[in-house]
Design a protein around this ligand. Sequence first.
Ligand code: 5AD
Length: 346
Amino acid sequence: MKPIAENPLLHSMQASEMFLQKISPGSNPNTELVVSSEGGVNRQLFKSAVNIRTQHFGNEVYPRGVVEISNYCNLNCLYCGMRKDNLTINRYRLGHNEIVQIALSMEQHGIKSIMLQSGDDYTYPIASLVKTVHAIRKETDLRVILCLGERKRADLEAMLKAGANMYVLKLETPNPILFQKLRPSTTFERRLNQLKFMKKIGYQISSGFIVGLPEQTHHEIFEGLMLLKDLRVDAASVSPFIPNEGSPLKNEPFGSLELSLYFLAQMRIHLQGVYIPAVSAFSLLHKDGQALAMNAGANVITINFTPKTNAKQYLMYSEKRNPVSLERARELILSLGMTSSILQIN
Ligand code: 5AD
């Protein structure tokens, strides 16, 4: 058997046990000691995570473009500023032609996938979504990723048939009781079933967790990672919790940067070759937050192509949201000494 230091999986399990021993089982990530990213455990863990990333993706950062097609939402999630009851934001929907134009411009800039994202906007006409997915697949070489919330099975099937490749549906927190508290009128089970259904019919699936939600425990998040492994997700993410002005959790503490990076590295080690974005929420905790996420094992950067006036109204994290521009993505990739198709095009 290899010595522990050379076996990343064993090493990570040891590290996580050491880490979990330092904290009491029911503790909240934000109130407990976190092993410093300067300290031994995380540094070794990040190194192992980056090694695994390199085995699967070389030195390449995968560029994904997002267009936020609607900020209408039927739900009232306690952590989200786009919740239905937030009457202070202007709601918008982008239409078919506008979205297709944006897709064409993404392709010209070397982007490989387009993500169509919205709130749980059940009144956005499904026929229009199907038409848009179909047109993007026909007119570009982009892969289509959908992040449109919980949908009827018939709608999911129709969008898959139109050419959609992947669906992102975050579990947000793996504890069904906390899930229900934070997302009234929805259930963990329903969301999990949607993920399973999508995988079965042929979507690639992506899911993930917010780290640092009130009442959440470390053990839950770790169990959540194992659940993602069982689901055989193709992509996965960790987002630090960002208290949002327009939400009931606005006065709660931010999620911990170290802990979010720790779980990102664990995600890479346990889920191996999945796509993991360095989400922009990391940049709200630290100016180099996304670089730190890449150095903990992420391999995807999501570049925002939503028209500027609309992007201001897309309040998923907070008003201080910091959408990634092409220029910032290029600077980030260069600063990390990595490569990407967005660097090869002017
Ligand atoms: N903090 C961190 N992540 C959040 N998201 C939504 N609100 C927050 C928040 N306050 C994430 C969720 C959601 C994704 C679109 O953004 O994971 O699925």
